[in-house]
Design a protein around this ligand. Structure first.
Ligand code: ADP
Ligand code: ASP
Ligand code: MG
Length: 440
C-alpha cells in the first residue's frame, strides 16, 4: 500500500483534480490519497477567523461569501452530471452554513480550529464526488477518526496506527482511500490541526502507520531544490537526500516539506518521494535512509529567529552555568536551534517568542542579557560536511560582505547553521548559490 499526498496547488483547479485522478490510477497498488485544501483556502479561513476574533463580523461574512462563490464556480467546472453536482453543491452549502453559524456564536480558539478544518473537509468531499461521477470506487476515510495529537501537540503514533489499521480492515479489497491532510483531534477530542503545511506531516504519519511502500508528496515543483526558488532565480532539483538531510532542510525552512514531516517516515524507513503534479515524469527527489554522496546538497532559510546572548564573567572557569541557562528554556518548553559559546558568553537562538519575557526575567540574574530579533538561520545541508575540504572558505567568502551574527559548525555532519539579520537573508542565499553551487 502506498501514500500519495497532493498539496493545495495540486487540487487548486478542476483540471488539476482531473490530473490527480490520473496519477492515482496509474498502477494497481492500493493507495491512501491525502489531500490538502484547495490553494488559497486555508489562508482565506485564517482571514475569516481573524476577522471573527477581532469582532469584525461584516468582514468575516464578506470573506465567507467570496470563498463560497469560488467553490460554486469550481464545482461547476469539476462535475458534469447534474445529480452529482447538486449533491456536491449541497455538501459545500453545509460547510458554509456551518461557517455562517459560527459567525453568530462567541468566538474562541477551538471554534477557530473548526473553521480551519473546513478546507480539507471540502476538498476531499469534492474529489470524492468527482470519483463518484467517474464511477471510480473509493472510500473516504475521515482523518478525524484516526489522526490525533496529545496534550503537547505531538502525534499519537501508536493510536493512529491502531485506529487507521482497524478502519482499513473494514474495507478489505478497496484500492483507493481518500483522506484529509492537516486535520486531527487533540487531547480534548476537539478538532485541531498539525500546523500550516501539515498535510505533509499527515502523509508521513499515515505512511508510518501502515508501513507504506512509499510516501509520495506531490506538489508544484519537481522536488527539493538546492536553494529557495522563491528567493533565488536559478535553482536545480536534488535527486537524492537522506532522511537526515531532508529533515534538516524541512526544519530549517524548505517550504516544500512541513518541518516535522520527515521523522515518521524515517522511523519506519519508508522512502519519501517529492514529485511534481504538473510534470509527473520529472525525477523529483527520493529520500532514503542513506545519503548517496558527500558534500553540500542544499541551503534553506528559517525566519523569525531571536538571538539571546548571556554574558557573564562568572562563567569564567565555572561549571553548571550552561545547565542553569538551559533549564530556563526547558522550563518554558522553548526549543533552542543554535548555540555558540565563548569563555564569558553564551548565545542561543529560539524561534518562539511566546515565553520570551518570562525567559528573560529568569535569565537576568545569570548575566547581562541582549535580545536581538529579526534574525534568520541559513542552514547549509548535506552529508559529512566537516569532511569537505574548502567548504568553510567558500562559505565565508560568499558571506564576506554580509553581517553574520552566529555560526554553528560541527554539531552535526549534516548541517552548518549561520545566523544573519533577516534583511540580509536574500543576499546571503544568492551569494551562497553562486559560491557553493556555481549557480547565478
Ligand atoms: P503544497 O501546497 O503542495 O504543499 P508548498 O507551497 O507547501 O506546496 O511547497 C512547495 C513550494 O515550496 C514550492 O512552490 C517552492 O516555492 C517552495 N520551496 C521553498 N524552498 C524550496 C526548496 N528548497 N525546494 C523546492 N521548493 C521549495
Ligand atoms: N491546508 C493547510 C495549509 O495550507 C495544510 C497543507 O496544505 O499542508 O497550511
Ligand atoms: Mg505544503
Amino acid at each position: 500500500m502506498k501514500v500519495m499526498k497532493f498539496g493545495g496547488t495540486s487540487v487548486g483547479k478542476p483540471e488539476r483534480m482531473f490530473q490527480v485522478r490520473d496519477l492515482i490510477s496509474r498502477d494497481n497498488e492500493p493507495t491512501i490519497v491525502v489531500l490538502s485544501a484547495l490553494s488559497g483556502t486555508t489562508n482565506a479561513l485564517v482571514a475569516i477567523g481573524d476577522a471573527m476574533s477581532s469582532g469584525n463580523k461584516t468582514k468575516a461574512e464578506e470573506l465567507i461569501d467570496h470563498l463560497h462563490a469560488h467553490y460554486k464556480t469550481f464545482l461547476a467546472e469539476l462535475l458534469k452530471s447534474d445529480r452529482i453536482r447538486s449533491k456536491a453543491l449541497g455538501i459545500i452549502q453545509e460547510h458554509f452554513d456551518f461557517l455562517r453559524i459560527i459567525l453568530r456564536i462567541s468566538f474562541n480558539d477551538a471554534l477557530n480550529k473548526d473553521i480551519l478544518a473546513q478546507g480539507e473537509l471540502m476538498s476531499t468531499k469534492m474529489f470524492s464526488c468527482y470519483l463518484e461521477e467517474l464511477g471510480q470506487s473509493h472510500v473516504l476515510l475521515p482523518a478525524l477518526d484516526f489522526m490525533s495529537i496529545d496534550a503537547n501537540d505531538e502525534p499519537q503514533v501508536a493510536d493512529i496506527r491502531l485506529k487507521l489499521n482497524k478502519l482499513l480492515e473494514q474495507h478489505k479489497g478497496v484500492q483507493t482511500f481518500i483522506t484529509q491532510g492537516y486535520i486531527c483531534r487533540n487531547a480534548k477530542g476537539e478538532v485541531d490541526n498539525l500546523k500550516r503545511g501539515g498535510s505533509d506531516y499527515s502523509a508521513s504519519l499515515i505512511a508510518a502507520a501502515i508501513n507504506a511502500s512509499v510516501c509520495e508528496i506531490w506538489t508544484d515543483i519537481d522536488g527539493m531544490h538546492n536553494n529557495d526558488p522563491r528567493v533565488v532565480a536559478v535553482t536545480r532539483p536534488v535527486e537524492h537526500l537522506s532522511f537526515d538531510e531532508a529533515a534538516e532542510l524541512a526544519y530549517f525552512g524548505a517550504k516544500i516539506l512541513h518541518p516535522a514531516s520527515i521523522w515518521p517516515a524515517q522511523q519506519f524507513k519508508i522512502p519519501v518521494k517529492l514529485l511534481n503534479t504538473m510534470q509527473p515524469e520529472a525525477k523529483g527527489t527520493v529520500i532514503l535512509e542513506h545519503a548517496d554522496s558527500d558534500g553540500v546538497k542544499a541551503v534553506a532559510a528559517k525566519d523569525g529567529i531571536v538571538m539571546v546572548k548571556i554574558k557573564s564573567s562568572r562563567m569564567l572557569l565555572a561549571y553548571g552555568f550552561l545547565r542553569k541557562i538551559f533549564e530556563v528554556f526547558e522550563k518554558y518548553r522553548t526549543p533552542i536551534d543554535m548555540i555558540t559559546t565563548s569563555e564569558v558568553a553564551v548565545s542561543v537562538t529560539i524561534d518562539s517568542i511566546t515565553h520570551l519575557d518570562a525567559i528573560s526575567k529568569e535569565l537576568a540574574p545569570l548575566g547581562e542579557l541582549e535580545i536581538i530579533s529579526n534574525q534568520t538561520i541559513i542552514a547549509v545541508v548535506g552529508n559529512r560536511l566537516t569532511h569537505e575540504g574548502g567548504l568553510l572558505q567558500k562559505l565565508f567568502t560568499s558571506l564576506a560582505d554580509l553581517q553574520v551574527n552566529m555560526v554553528s559548525y560541527g554539531g552535526s555532519l549534516h548541517n552548518i547553521s549561520i545566523l544573519v539579520p533577516t534583511e540580509h537573508k536574500n543576499a546571503a542565499l544568492k551569494s551562497l548559490n553562486k559560491g557553493i553551487f556555481g549557480l547565478d
